[in-house]
Design a protein around this ligand. Structure first.
Ligand code: ADP
Ligand code: GLC
Length: 488
C-alpha cells in the first residue's frame, strides 16, 4: 500500500513529545512490512537546525508555488530528504512566515495565535504537493488535531482529483484534549463549504473543532492504547467527544504504541555513559553514579534515585506529587527532574530543589541527551498522569531497567504491571489508582522499601527489560486497519 503520513512532529528532527517519536518510527516499521510510506512535516526552524547540525541538505522537490484554497493563498516550497536512518521519503513544507519560529508551537511574532491557519495551510500544501509530485496515496494517515482536516477535505471533494481518487483515510488521536478548537469566525480559514458548518461536521457547540471533523470523516479512527480507546468513550476522559466516539466505536481501535528499540537500547545507546543489559546491570550502576555527579548529588547506598522526564503540564499529574515529595525524599530517596512547561510546575519543582539541595536536582528545559542519561541512570520513573493516551516514557524506562511508578490510567495500564507484594514473577513497576497524593505516597513508600530488597528489585527490572515494545506488532495492527479502511 502507498501510505502518506501527515504530522506536525517527527523525531528526531523536531518534536515536543510522543507524537514526534511515533511519527518518526512507525513509518519505518510500516516500510519494513513492504509498504511505500511517505511522511510530510512542516519545515520548522528546529528542523532546519537539525539538518544543518547533521550536515544534511534536503533537495528541492517543488519550487515556490502558490497554494490556494477558497479565499486563501500562501506560498509553499517542498523539500525532500529521508527519515533519519531509513529510505522513507520525508517531505518538508517550507513557509517561513508560519514555521520559522523560536519554538515549534510559538505564536506569531506579534503575539497573535494563528494556529488554525498554519496547520490548514500545512494540510493544503500537502494536497498541492501530491498533485504536483504525482503522489497518489492509498491511505492518508493523519495525526492529532493539526492534520485532522485532511479526512474532511477528502470528503469534501478531493476524491474528484487524480491523486486522491481512491484514497482512504485513517485518523489517529494521540491526545483527545488538544482538539484545535477555534472561534466560529475562524471557520472561513478552513475553506470548507458551509455545509461542513454543522453539528455532524466540524461545528461543535458553536466553535470550529478540527479533531471532531477528523473523527467523523476518517474511514478508520485509532488511538494509541486499547485502554485509552475505552476511556475516551466515557464522559470523564471523553473531553466532550465521548458521545461521538461511542456512536462511532465500530471504527475506533486502540493500538498500543511501540518504541524505536534501536534508538532506545541500553546496550548500545551512545548517550548512556556506561552501556548495560538485563544480564549485566553493572553499567547501570556506573550510569547512575555519573548522573548523580552531573546533578551535583552525593551517591548514597540503598537510596533509590527517582526521576521525572516530562512536559510539565496538568495532564502529567505533578499536582499529586508536589504535596508529598518532601516526605518521599525524607524516606530516603533522591530525585532528578527534567522538564518544561507551565510556570506553576516549574516553580513548584524549583522550590522542592531549594528546600532539598542534598537530595533533589531540577533541570528546566528540553534535552534529549540528558533524557537518555536519566532513563539509564535512575531507579524509578515517576508518571502520576491524570490521563495518558499511551505514554512512551514508561516504556523507555522499562527497557533501561528503571521501574515506572505510575497512576493506573490510559496506556500506563496496558504497559505497567504494578507490584503488590505477591506478583514478583510478573510485576514491572509500582502503581496507584486514585487522584489522591497520599496514594502516590503509599506507592512510593512501597517502592523505596523494595529497593532495599535487592532480589525483588532485580526480578522486577528483569521482567520489564524483557518485554518486547518494538513496533513490529503494532505495525501489523495498523496494516490490518489500513485494509479495513480500504474496503469501507
Ligand atoms: P507526551 O507526548 O504526552 O509528552 P510521551 O510519554 O508519549 O508523552 O512522550 C514524551 C516524549 O518526550 C518522550 O520521548 C520523552 O523522553 C520526551 N520528553 C519529554 N520532556 C522532555 C524533556 N524535558 N527533555 C527531553 N525529552 C523530553
Ligand atoms: C500524546 C500522549 C502520549 C502518547 C503520545 C504518542 O502526546 O500524551 O500519551 O504516548 O501522544 O502517541
Amino acid at each position: 500500500m502507498r501510505i502518506l503520513f501527515a504530522t506536525a512532529e517527527v523525531a528526531p528532527v523536531a518534536k515536543t513529545g510522543g507524537l514526534g517519536d511515533v511519527c518518526g518510527s512507525l513509518p519505518k516499521a510500516l516500510a519494513k512490512l513492504g509498504h511505500e510510506v511517505v511522511v510530510f512535516m512542516p519545515y520548522y526552524r528546529q528542523a532546519r537546525e537539525w539538518f544543518e547540525d547533521h550536515g544534511i541538505v534536503p533537495e528541492v522537490a517543488v519550487p515556490p508555488t502558490q497554494v490556494m484554497w477558497a479565499n486563501w493563498s500562501a506560498e509553499a516550497t517542498i523539500l525532500r530528504t529521508t527519515l533519519p536512518e531509513s529510505d522513507v521519503p520525508l517531505y518538508l513544507v517550507v513557509n517561513d512566515h508560519f514555521f520559522d519560529r523560536q519554538q515549534i508551537y510559538a505564536l506569531r511574532e506579534d503575539g497573535f495565535d494563528d494556529f488554525l491557519l498554519r496547520y490548514v495551510f500545512f494540510c493544503r500544501a500537502i494536497v498541492n504537493a501530491c498533485d504536483i509530485l504525482g503522489i497518489a496515496p492509498d491511505i492518508l494517515h493523519a495525526h492529532d488535531w493539526h492534520t485532522a482536516l485532511l479526512p474532511v477535505y477528502l470528503d469534501s471533494g478531493l476524491r474528484g482529483n487524480d491523486s486522491f481518487r481512491t484514497t482512504r483515510s485513517v485518523y489517529t488521536i494521540h491526545n483527545l484534549n488538544y482538539q484545535g478548537i477555534a472561534a466560529a469566525a475562524a471557520f472561513a480559514i478552513t475553506g470548507l463549504h458551509s455545509r461542513y458548518w454543522a453539528p455532524d461536521a466540524v461545528e461543535h457547540w458553536g466553535q470550529v473543532n478540527p479533531m471532531k471533523g477528523g473523527i467523523l470523516f476518517a474511514d478508520q479512527v485509532t488511538t494509541v492504547s486499547p485502554n485509552y480507546a475505552r476511556e475516551i468513550q466515557a464522559p470523564v476522559l471523553g473531553a466532550g467527544l465521548d458521545g461521538i466516539l461511542r456512536s462511532l466505536s465500530f471504527k475506533l481501535t486502540g493500538v498500543l504504541n511501540g518504541i524505536d528499540v534501536e534508538q532506545w537500547d541500553p546496550a548500545t545507546d551512545p548517550l548512556v555513559p556506561s552501556n548495560f543489559t538485563a544480564g549485566r546491570l553493572n553499567g547501570k550502576n556506573l550510569t547512575k553514579r555519573k548522573l548523580l555527579k552531573e546533578a551535583g548529588l552525593r551517591h548514597r547506598a540503598k537510596t533509590p534515585l527517582m526521576a521525572v522526564v516530562s512536559r510539565l503540564v496538568d495532564q502529567k499529574g505533578f499536582q499529586l506529587l508536589t504535596p508529598v515529595v518532601d516526605r518521599l525524599l525524607r524516606l530516603g530517596a533522591q530525585l532528578v527532574v527534567l522538564g518544561s512547561g507551565d510556570a506553576q510546575f516549574e516553580d513548584a519543582f524549583k522550590a522542592v530543589e531549594s528546600a532539598n539541595p542534598e537530595s533533589c536536582r531540577v533541570w528546566i528545559g528540553f534535552d534529549d541527551a540528558l533524557a537518555h542519561h536519566i532513563y539509564g541512570g535512575a531507579d524509578l520513573l515517576l508518571m502520576p498522569s491524570i490521563y495518558e493516551p499511551c505514554g512512551l516514557n514508561q516504556m523507555y524506562a522499562l527497557r533501561y531497567g528503571t521501574l515506572p511508578l505510575v497512576r493506573m490510567t490510559g496506556g500506563l495500564v496496558d504497559t505497567v504491571t504494578p507490584f503488590d507484594g505477591t506478583n514478583a514473577d510478573r510485576a514491572t513497576g509500582f502503581g496507584f489508582r486514585s487522584t489522591l497524593p497520599q496514594d502516590l505516597f503509599a506507592a512510593g513508600w512501597l517502592a523505596v522499601l523494595n529497593y532495599r530488597e535487592t532480589k525483588v528489585w532485580k526480578t522486577l527490572q528483569h521482567n520489564g527489560m524483557s518485554i518486547d515494545f518494538s513496533w513490529d506488532r503494532s505495525a501489523r495492527e495498523y496494516d490490518a486497519i489500513y485494509r479495513r479502511a480500504m474496503i469501507s
